[in-house]
Design a protein around this ligand. Structure first.
Ligand SMILES: [Zn+2]
Length: 59
């Protein structure tokens, strides 16, 4: 079971790491669109890299 927790405390869980990541993106776009828009490209890449590491995916 893969688990990701958002900065706001929202948690997603799924057997499939790709699905867990997709769910986290869906949450971020749904609840934190302003934050995403204000992030730089570099910050987004850093966040993705960290997410992939947590999930054990290749980044
Ligand atoms: Zn959140």
């Amino acid at each position: 079971m893969k688990e990701l927790t958002c900065n706001c405390g929202f948690t997603v869980k799924n057997e499939d790491p790709s699905v867990a990541e997709a769910k986290m993106w869906y949450h971020a776009i749904d609840d934190h669109i302003e934050m995403l828009k204000s992030m730089t490209e570099e910050q987004l890449v850093g966040w993705l890299t960290e997410t992939h590491k947590k999930l054990g995916l290749e980044s």
